[in-house]
Design a protein around this ligand. Structure first.
Ligand code: 3H9
Length: 709
């Protein structure tokens, strides 16, 4: 048909195959090729039925997301798939979609317009559009409830979660599972349908699963209620419910028009632009310019960890979850026992919640071998040091590891603040030393900062990325600066929260402004959770790197002095009840007022807008410095750090994308005003200035950077 879609005959059956690697997205040419195939088959009297199948590793993973970018930019019109779907459904010859890999988005929409669907046992189906800030745009919200019922359709369109083949069969989305060769199975299925002589079903004409008015009203109302809580701030999930509701109330054609209108509204929203950016940024992080594609990663068959504390234990769980045996070393029995007990408790909780079987828990525990010695470390392909932040101790450990580790083993430190090069220098193999900065809880948080030292080899970096993938994390390569990317920005962000309360904002007002903005938690609640004692120690360390004479926060040090360390002591910025619920504390409000008064700080009303601007622009300004200094490769990488490690809302795209949304010039002007008002902390990043003056954006900067090297 064309180079993306091929056509061949298997006796009386026409086979239309999509060949658009890697995921058979519906790029220009693919819908046209399928349509030509259907027309060809219809015109050929010898053909009795058609199979639509994907070449390579998957059926069709959906619309080509790259094309959306062009539509949003006004470079092209969004073509509708609806005519193709009607052509398939109205075909006089039965069409079977043979699914393997992923039938997602437009892929599932095409499959649902076919008369039948068969699936490989490992296939998945889904309408993941909401993850891109849009809703299905080719009758997915209209055909899915007709096949799977309203409740299932709502759930799939609102969460975007994939459904496995067995579930798809049970809910009526597919008609048969195929064991063995998919094409052969699909042919046998189709021959049977042809031989039966019965009419072939058109999904759009089905009503048996659409339910009755009262039941649907209850399902839709419950879904709206749930989405308000689970999809806080997001437009698409609520819109998807509206579209499925239309399927229950309007004739098919009108439902499709209604869906299309909502789809287009979503596509042009800031949320869709941000989420599409996130989709590509998440995949771009692993593309490191300058690294040869020939570089191979070390195969990780055995791991070892030094330190069985919270971080070490969490990291050990990551290895065990990935099926990799791991040695977990402590220096004394009590600490080792406590570490193993914490791991066991963690797994037991997952079993209790029904997310892991007892058997799987035992298998994973068996992969973690507690030890008090370095015996066996010589077999490890990777060793991760996860002891507390003390340079002398880390050096001692790395000197030992240098003696014991086999040649080529990766030696990693989980430091969040110490100088990687100084640690590496104690060894005779600086090229094998790398930073792997996990985020707490390490078995849960998706972010992994991969810290490149001066001598870190390409092989070590490639292995670290492979490790991130193995652990189902997103690895981001960062440079060796104080706090790396995430925490270096976080210091600035937190500082503004501290200053804002001293200048007049209530503790809970700061947090509310940030959660209303979309952050997963307010900053002061985060401080209480992480531990005010921890924050104070980090800040004391930071002070050594700061130019002297800068304003320092007052209240947080006082909280520390008073032993108000946060959640763990039952009081910090908030008081905590027995369920760890945060309660605003008048004592803290009085303390802030007194200390601010003593220091001569003029208190005033502070708006939610000012809170958001000061906290978020502090992130952006520091992010711009990091970028310019080369400690992060792309603005998109910084966004991925903040989305996966710091609870930044994905629908805002990350701090740097958000700066583009607001307009870099607007951010810069505000930063300049804050600089004039508050002094040196707000010194504008030169890159921010440059982009503002040239009408640039971080996205454009990334594109330019991407073409270098
Ligand atoms: C839609 O269909 C709307 C409809 O209602 C129609 C309306 C008219 N487009 O993820 P991977 C690229 S909306 C373009 O690493 P995996 C990806 O960027 C769409 N490119 O592989 C990467 O490129 P690179 C609904 C795409 O095996 C490469 O393929 N569908 C698309 O880990 C490999 O991707 C979705 O949202 C695409 N649709 O996972 C599905 N998909 O190598 C989105 C992937 O240059 N895709 N690429 O970095 C996925 O969920 C996963 O890619 C998938 C494979 C599970 C399929």
């Amino acid at each position: 048909m064309n180079e993306l879609v091929s056509y061949r005959q298997l006796g009386e059956i026409a086979v239309i195959t999509i060949n658009n690697p890697p995921v058979n997205a519906l790029s220009p040419g693919v819908p046209e090729g399928i349509a030509a195939g259907i027309e060809h088959a219809t015109a050929d009297d010898h053909i009795k039925g058609v199979i639509l199948i994907g070449g390579g590793r998957t059926f069709i993973a959906g619309a080509d997301i790259k094309e959306f970018g062009k539509v949003i930019a006004g470079e092209k019109e969004e073509g509708s798939l609806l005519p193709l779907l009607l052509l398939i459904e109205d075909s006089t010859k039965p069409v079977v979609a043979a699914l393997h890999g992923s039938a997602f988005g437009g892929g599932l929409e095409i499959a649902m317009a076919c008369h039948y669907r068969v699936a490989d046992k490992a296939a998945q189906v889904g309408q993941p559009e909401v993850k891109l800030g849009i809703i299905p745009g080719a009758a997915g919200t209209q055909r899915l409830p007709r096949l799977a019922g309203v409740e299932r359709a709502v759930e799939m369109c609102v969460t975007g979660a994939p459904v496995n083949a067995a579930d798809a069969l049970a809910s009526g989305i597919v008609d048969q599972l195929i064991d063995g060769d998919l094409l052969a199975g699909a042919s046998a299925f189709l021959r049977e349908k042809i031989a039966s002589g019965r009419a072939h079903p058109k999904t759009r004409e089905r009503h048996d699963k659409l339910g009755d008015e009262a039941a649907n009203a209850a399902i839709i109302a419950a879904a709206r209620e749930k989405a308000k809580k689970t999809a806080r701030g997001l437009i698409a999930p609520i819109t998807a419910i509206d579209a499925v509701e239309a399927a229950t109330k309007l004739p098919f054609d009108e439902g499709c028009q209604f869906e299309r209108k909502l789809f287009e509204q979503c596509l042009f929203s800031d949320q869709a632009k941000a989420l599409i950016h996130v989709f590509f940024a998440e995949r771009d992080v692993a593309k490191i310019p300058g690294l040869s594609s020939e570089t191979k990663s070390i195969e990780i068959k055995q791991a070892a960890i030094v330190g069985a504390g919270t971080m070490g234990g969490g990291i050990a769980m990551n290895f065990a979850n990935a099926g990799v045996p791991v040695l977990l070393k402590e220096s004394e029995q009590g600490a080792l026992d406590r570490g193993m007990a914490a791991i066991t408790k963690n797994y037991a909780n997952t079993v209790r919640k029904g997310r892991l079987t007892e058997e799987a828990m035992q298998q994973r525990l068996a992969l973690i071998q507690p030890t008090l010695s370095y015996d066996g470390f010589e077999n490890a392909d990777i060793i991760i040091e996860a002891v507390f932040e003390n340079m002398a101790l880390k050096k001692e450990i790395f000197a030992e590891l240098d003696q014991r580790a086999k040649p080529g083993a990766l030696l990693a430190t989980n430091t969040s603040s110490l100088n990687l090069d100084e640690i590496a220098a104690i060894t005779s193999r600086t090229a094998s030393v790398i930073g792997l900065h996990f985020f707490s809880p390490a078995n849960v948080m998706r972010l992994l900062e991969i810290v490149r030292g001066q001598a870190t080899s390409d092989e070590a970096i490639v292995t670290a990325f492979a490790l991130a993938k193995l652990m189902k994390k997103v690895g981001v390569l960062v440079g060796n600066c104080h706090g790396f990317v995430g925490n270096r920005m976080f210091f600035q962000y937190m500082r503004e929260a501290y200053f804002l309360v001293e200048e007049g904002a209530a503790v809970e007002a700061v947090d509310k402004a940030l959660t209303d903005f979309g952050m997963a938690m307010g900053l002061l609640a985060v401080d209480d959770m992480a531990g005010i004692d921890v924050g104070v120690r980090v800040r004391q360390e930071n002070k050594r790197n700061e130019p002297p004479g800068r304003r320092q926060p007052l209240v947080v040090d006082k909280l520390y002095e008073l032993g108000r360390y946060g959640q763990k002591t039952g009081a910090g910025w908030y008081r905590y009840d027995e369920n760890r619920r945060a309660i605003p504390d008048p004592e803290v409000a009085a303390l802030i007022e007194r200390l601010a008064g003593d220091a001569g700080i003029k208190r005033r009303d502070i708006s939610a807008l000012e809170i958001v601007e000061r906290c978020i622009y502090a992130l952006i300004n520091e992010g711009a410095k990091i970028l310019e200094e080369g400690f992060a490769w792309r603005a998109g990488d910084i966004d991925i750090v903040y989305l996966n490690g710091y609870g930044f809302p994905a629908w805002r795209g990350g701090p740097m994308w958000y700066a583009d949304t607001v307009g870099v010039k607007n951010v810069y002007d505000r930063v300049c005003a804050l600089h004039a008002e508050h002094g040196a902390w707000w010194e504008p990043a030169p890159l921010l200035k440059q982009l503002a003056e040239n009408g640039g954006s971080f996205a454009a900067w990334d594109k330019e950077k991407g073409t270098q090297k």
